[in-house]
Design a protein around this ligand. Structure first.
Ligand SMILES: Cc1cc2nc3c(=O)[nH]c(=O)nc-3n(C[C@H](O)[C@H](O)[C@H](O)COP(=O)(O)OP(=O)(O)OC[C@H]3O[C@@H](n4cnc5c(N)ncnc54)[C@H](O)[C@@H]3O)c2cc1C
Length: 396
């Protein structure tokens, strides 16, 4: 085999690319990982504020809803390579896990899932430990990793012909796209591979930020920056229904965080992908006025004053369950990307594209994204391991 011919090329050394390499022993095959940036696993390192919320506790059956409309298509991958398997794999590679209370997560639970609620982290709370485990196993599986190897062209000519932006060319029988989405482009995830796939005729659903803070017009809560209110219901109305308030786009409940510039916290991050500028966002606080933070009570009283300066109690009461705002924008720096390669293009039993033999897509490059809580890294794991199974079967 020529020096620049490979059996498998993975494009992207992020979570999904590294999870694939850590689960695919090359044996006598040749495999290369092409990473466009100078750093491997940047988003693993920044995940969970550097602590890496790697997955979520509970039964994997409860995961499907976390991916919205794409959940049912992911079900098979999630069941086949579940959160328990991920925890066991990490434990087996020296990374002990803990739940969000710091209690150890025991990898010996039954096959349905992990008997521990909430988010799961490495017990060390260091993302680096997760990345090191993946790197160690990828290296023992025989993978060659090249950084500063940004792919600028991909075409099928018998083999897959891959051209780097520095002009270097290589060929591979199988190519796995693990190039992530469009957010945090400074990490290398800039959506360039999605454009190349679109040029090949693959259907790409428009990528946009998700898990992002939301900005609203006439935001009155800047001075509450850093204050959060638990269990707030947030309803995003779709634009054609904004004035009638009949057609809801999404409704979610969770903790709301006020920031200096806008709204954040888990409930806002989770609903952000359903929100568009110009649309109506409704906050329902689900509590009496006196149960809200004092400074917020004062702002609500001021907002409900009539022209004579009197507090109109009916207006004040309505703010508690109808605090309505017009969305002015969604922060570009979403933690994940909604949109990407349409799941209709993918055989979800193998992660292969239906159009092209030997072309696979895994991780955030897919049009699949989850709510906060470890669901996105779990999706990377489940799709990467499904792809590893398919390529291994093909080798036999
Ligand atoms: C701040 C932050 C915190 C997060 N915290 C969590 C968390 O705690 N839990 C959780 O589950 N999820 C979290 N996420 C989301 C999670 O990190 C991502 O969903 C996951 O890392 C995506 O992995 P990926 O491998 O699919 O893509 P990426 O991690 O984006 O990796 C893609 C790789 O491909 C490379 N690439 C792109 N284009 C090319 C090209 N043309 N040529 C060569 N290489 C290319 C990129 O440089 C990059 O290294 C967080 C995300 C962010 C930004």
């Amino acid at each position: 085999m020529n020096e620049n011919h490979y059996d498998i090329a993975i494009i992207g050394a992020g979570a999904s690319g590294m999870m694939l390499a850590a689960n695919l022993d090359l044996e006598s095959s040749r495999g290369i990982i092409l990473e466009g940036s100078s750093c491997i696993g940047s988003k693993i390192l920044m995940s969970g504020g550097g602590h890496c919320n790697i997955t979520h506790g509970g039964s994997i059956k409860d995961f499907v809803y976390a991916y919205g409309n794409e959940g049912p298509a992911l079900r098979r991958c999630l069941y086949r390579h579940n959160n328990l398997e991920l925890v066991r794999w990490l434990s087996g590679h020296g990374v002990e896990l803990a739940d969000e209370n710091g209690d150890p997560v025991d990898a010996s639970y039954g096959s349905n899932g992990i008997d521990s609620a909430g988010r799961i982290f490495p017990a060390s709370m260091r993302s680096r430990d997760v990345l090191d485990a993946l790197l160690g196993e990828a290296s023992s599986n025989g993978w060659q990793i090249e950084t500063d190897a940004k792919v600028g062209g991909l075409r099928k000519d018998g083999f897959w012909e891959i051209t780097l932006i520095n002009g270097y060319e290589l060929w591979a029988k199988n190519v796995v796209i693990a190039s992530g989405g469009i957010t945090y482009p400074e990490t290398g995830s800039d959506g360039s591979m999605l454009e190349m796939l679109e040029d090949l005729g693959i259907d790409i659903n428009e990528p946009r930020p998700a898990l992002a803070p939301v900005y609203v017009e006439n935001y009155p809560y800047a001075e509450l920056s850093g204050i959060s209110v638990p269990d707030v219901t947030v309803i995003a109305f779709s634009s054609d229904a904004a004035y009638t308030c009949k057609g809801k786009a999404a409704r979610m409940k969770g903790d709301l965080l006020f920031t200096h510039e806008g709204l954040s916290g888990p409930v806002i991050l989770n609903i952000s992908k359903y929100v568009e500028p110009g649309e109506l966002l409704r906050l329902c606080y689900n509590r009496d006025l006196h149960e809200l933070p004092r400074r917020m009570q004062r702002i609500l009283r001021e907002r409900s004053r009539g022209i004579l300066g009197d507090v109109r109690t009916n207006v004040l009461a309505s703010y508690l369950d109808h605090d309505d705002f017009t969305v002015s924008g969604v922060d570009e720096r979403g933690m994940v990307t909604a949109g990407g390669v349409s799941l209709d293009e993918i055989d979800m039993q193998t992660m292969s594209t239906k159009r092209f033999e030997g072309l696979y897509v895994i991780g955030e490059a897919l049009d699949a994204d989850g709510i906060t809580g470890g669901y996105n890294l779990q999706m990377c794991w489940s799709t990467a391991c499904t792809c590893a199974d398919a390529i291994s079967d093909k080798k036999e």
